[in-house]
Design a protein around this ligand. Structure first.
Ligand SMILES: NC(=O)c1ccc[n+]([C@@H]2O[C@H](COP(=O)([O-])OP(=O)(O)OC[C@H]3O[C@@H](n4cnc5c(N)ncnc54)[C@H](OP(=O)(O)O)[C@@H]3O)[C@@H](O)[C@H]2O)c1
Length: 329
């Protein structure tokens, strides 16, 4: 497993981390035993970075990680959580009083005195330009509730605004073979400023595993059923904002290229390794619903792709994806 420094946190993390939205809710059922087995499998395979949020299953994901941390007190795993989406999305809610309440709850859920990294969870765009927001986050660090803070963003302009702030440790952004825009400005700016990049939705919600078809059905309580058109939250979080049928076709093309270029790897592993190879990426955080997925994803952290894959990804993106997504985020 390759490792990277996670931006201004200064912490060393595995290039493949673990997204744990699946261990909370919104992806069909994952029972508690399976959830803990996912964490075990990821860690055993070299993963040392878990991403969660206070809102995933309204604290279920954080609490399961807390259970796991108690059973593995010396793991050294860095846990990043997020805050801000348990309240209406209003700028005024991003206050020190709310930060204290939100982080107290996350500290209790995770069973830690100090949170390693807290990310603002896709707040309203105006929040990124407000000095008081960052002053309050600095106060939270000074009080010892958190060690570092970062942001999770929807749009590249939000990422660039956050990177310009002196104490933002990391930016989490959608980056995958169907979302190349962060490569233009965000990754170079983050690299220059020493800000970490956490690449989320790396498999475009599973599309880039290449195994979905027009007939694939998702559970009723899976956002890939109920948020396909942005009914509940930003549509960019579901299939990376790509129309499902377009995504299935483009993923089949990517799968064919990956099979030829790296026959020993799965399509999902090739998709993850392509992101990991982008300069400036600190950790790629695929979500996993089973220990097998977690193990397979972790193995991508030591996979090397031929350069030809990069050219194909860019061509595929320009042809099939760019027209409908590039200007939106
Ligand atoms: N706003 C935010 O800050 C935000 C938003 C979204 C996500 N995130 C974070 O980013 C993480 C990753 O994004 P994501 O979970 O939305 O999307 P993702 O990682 O692109 O896709 C996850 C899905 O891919 C499939 N998959 C995973 N590993 C696989 C493998 N080895 N082989 C085949 N299929 C595999 C699974 O689908 P099946 O269920 O079909 O098996 C899984 O549920 C989340 O868990 C969360 O921590 C943050």
């Amino acid at each position: 497993m390759q490792t990277r420094t996670l931006g201004r946190t200064g912490r060393t993390v595995s290039i493949i981390g673990l997204g744990t939205w699946q261990l909370g809710a919104d992806w069909g059922e994952v029972d508690e035993a399976d959830a803990l087995a996912v964490l075990d499998a990821a860690y055993a395979a070299g993963v040392t970075f878990f991403d969660t949020a206070d809102v995933y299953g309204d604290g279920r994901s954080e609490s399961l990680i807390g259970t796991w941390l108690r059973a593995n007190p010396d793991s050294g795993v860095t846990v990043a959580t997020k805050m801000g989406r348990r309240m209406p999305q209003e700028h005024a809610n991003y206050s020190l009083a709310n930060y204290r309440a939100w982080t107290d709850r996350s500290r209790a859920n995770l069973g830690v005195d100090t949170l390693d990294l807290v990310q603002l969870h896709c707040p309203p765009t105006s929040v990124y330009g407000d000095d008081a927001v960052y002053d309050a986050l600095d106060a939270l660090v000074a009080e010892g509730a958190i060690t570092n803070y970062g942001v999770s963003v929807e749009r590249v302009d939000e990422a660039l605004a956050a990177i310009a702030r002196p104490h933002v440790a990391s930016v989490q952004i959608i980056l995958n073979a169907f979302r190349l825009k962060p490569l233009d400005e965000v990754l170079p700016a983050a690299d220059a400023a020493g800000v970490g990049i956490i690449a989320r939705v790396p498999l475009a919600s599973g599309l880039l595993s290449g195994r979905y078809t027009s007939e694939t059905l998702f559970a009723a309580n899976d956002h890939r059923t109920y948020n396909r058109h942005g009914e509940s939250f930003d549509v960019g979080e579901t299939f990376s904002g790509v129309d499902y049928e377009t995504g299935v076709r483009a993923a089949a093309e990517f799968a064919a290229v990956a099979r030829e270029a790296v026959p020993a790897a799965t399509t999902a592993q090739a998709a993850l390794a392509w992101i990991a190879a982008q300069p400036g990426v600190s950790s790629v955080i695929p979500g996993a619903r089973s220990p097998e997925q977690a193990r397979s994803n972790a193995a991508a952290g030591s996979l090397h792709l031929p350069a030809s894959v990069d050219a194909v990804v860019r061509d595929l993106y320009d042809r099939d994806i760019r027209p409908s997504v590039h200007e939106r985020w």
